[in-house]
Structure formats: structure tokens, C-alpha cells
Design a protein around this ligand. Sequence first.
Ligand SMILES: Cc1cc2nc3c(=O)[nH]c(=O)nc-3n(C[C@H](O)[C@H](O)[C@H](O)COP(=O)(O)O)c2cc1C
Length: 338
Amino acid sequence: MPTDLPFTSPWLLAPMEGVTDPCFRDVVLERLDPRDLGGAYTEFVRVSHTPIPEWKLAEHLGPRKYGQPVGLQVMGSDAGPLAATVDAAIYAGAPLVDVNFGCPSKGAFHDCAGSALLDHPERIEALVRACVTAAGGRVPVTAKMRSGVREDSRLEEVAQAAEAGGAVMITVHCRTREEGYRDCADWSRVARAVAAVRVPVCGNGSVETHADLELIRRETGCKYAMVGRAALGDPWIFSGRSVTVAEAARFLLDYAEALLTRRKFSQNGASGRVKRLLSFWKAGRLFDGAGPAATRAEKGRRLAEPKPERLWAWLEERAATASAGDCEAGRPSAILHA
Ligand SMILES: Cc1cc2nc3c(=O)[nH]c(=O)nc-3n(C[C@H](O)[C@H](O)[C@H](O)COP(=O)(O)O)c2cc1C
């Protein structure tokens, strides 16, 4: 049945604006077995008064190269353009569509999209229904919500509204809009959603280690778990594998190369994106110094590096410090020095 969820494992990469574009997703997907990482989503595609054209959606999706499905996420408050965008997304090749009810940004809030809709469950139901009708059974439609605007008392109502609209999975980010990204993740909110709806729930919020993936399922009864920022610090969180410093550096070099060649970023633009990732980075003990203070200082130095070529050179040097048997070691990235 086409509305069955196509994920290859229960662990999913969260949509993250400014990060999870096709360049980032592909360097992650090529490294992870579909049994470990089950799927991903695009960054949100904002839909205002006019539908987003198919070519633009195809850019967000990128060519499908790996086994895992990548869902296209839409965000908007106007059912007509949203539904037309869902139809275009399916023509662009989206294997599933997600509707965003979590974005906390002021812009989205003033347009009454994203998390602003959490105070209006009836509008959530109508918007999801419009997307499901547009999908017409060709692909599944999922919804992603925060736990509320200022507090969580309407969480069940919102999850039920998304279900009533026809969402076949509901991702619950267990923070309210007001809680932003604060370190206050309350997984009991995921459990409340699980108890409130019949469709599978995907738990999200402060899944920080590989062990947390199972823990959130065990503690809440959710069927899927979604990782955001921890996957920016360690994309291998889904497999639990500890990578070498060379693998970590090679990941970042491949990401930079993809930004430069596929998206035609400037050197400064690519280094900005890589530094953004570095600010979260934990995998492979990339910054390892003699003790935590030295490690922090090394990270600070790299984040403050103004010259892209010096950042690439440092990463190349780290990529060459591979353990024996790492055949990727020393592979030069010609484009970075072009
Ligand atoms: C940089 C960044 C961009 C994000 N962009 C999106 C987005 O486009 N769509 C969305 O639904 N959530 C977005 N989120 C929220 C994440 O998908 C996720 O719900 C949130 O980070 C909580 O998960 P975590 O604690 O594992 O990071 C974003 C989060 C971050 C940090």
C-alpha cells in the first residue's frame, strides 16, 4: 500500500534548515547502512501564497542515490498552495511528505505557520487533510509538531488533529516553542502522544547517543526516533560506530567539496557551513588536545579560522593521520585547493 511508511530502520535524521540539504544528506547516507539510518527529511520548504514549482522541490530532494527515503517537508498556513506543492513534490520524486508544525521562527509565527498552528488544532487537521488529499494515496503524509506554544496542555489534541487529517506518522519534538532548543527535553510528552493516537509516533528531542535511540523507544513506546543536533556532532550516531579522526575529517572534506561543486558555494560560503557543523562536532576526536581545556581551545581556534584554505589544510592533515588500513587516508581533495 503506497501510504505505508518507507523507512528502512526506526532511526531517522531530522530536517534541519541550513544543514540537511542534499550535500549534507548524501555524505551521511553514503556512510550509513539503511539498517542503521532509516530515512531523512529535507529542510523545510516554506509555502506562502503560491505553490513551489517542481524544479525547486527537485533541488531540495536531490537525486536519489541511496536506499533510504528522503521525505520533503513543507510548511505553510494556506491549504491551497500547500496542497499544490505536495502534488508537485510527488512529481519531483518525493517518496513521502511531512508537514511542519514546529518551526519556532518569528517569520513563521507571524505568518501563522509552523509552531503558531499548535494553538489551532482544527487548522492543523484541515492542512494535513489538504496535503493527504493532494497526495491521493500516492505517498504517505507525516506531520512534525512541537509540544505546544507556551505550554503542553494541548499536545494530545494537536497529535489527534494531525491523525484525523490523515497523517500516518507524527513526530513529536518534546519541547514547546517557548522552550526553543533548551536542555529541558521531556520525553513523557512523547509518551503522551503515543497514548493519544493510533498511528506510529516518532520521538524527537535530545536523543544524544546511540543508546538513547532505544531508550526513547523503551521509555515512551514510540516506534521511530529522530535525531537532530546530535547527528550534526556525530553522523554515525545511528550505527553507534566510533570513527577515526581520519574518517571524521574526510566526512567534512567531502561535505565541503559537495558544497563547492554541486551547490557552487564560494570558498567562504563552504567554510562557513563546515564551521557551523564543526561547532556541533564530536565524532572522531577531531580536536583532541591534551585535556578538555586544550581540546576546547583547539575547537575555538578552528571555528575562528578566517581563511578557508587553512581550514581545508587542517582537515587534510587530520584526514592523513589515519590508522593503518584506512584506504581513504591521504586522498587529496583537488577542488578545495582550486
Ligand atoms: C539548525 C536547525 C534547523 C532546523 N530546521 C528544521 C526544519 O527545517 N524543519 C523542522 O521540522 N525542524 C527543524 N529543526 C528542528 C529539528 O528537526 C529537531 O526537531 C530539533 O533540533 C530537536 O531535536 P534534537 O534535540 O535532536 O536536536 C531544526 C533544528 C536545528 C538545530
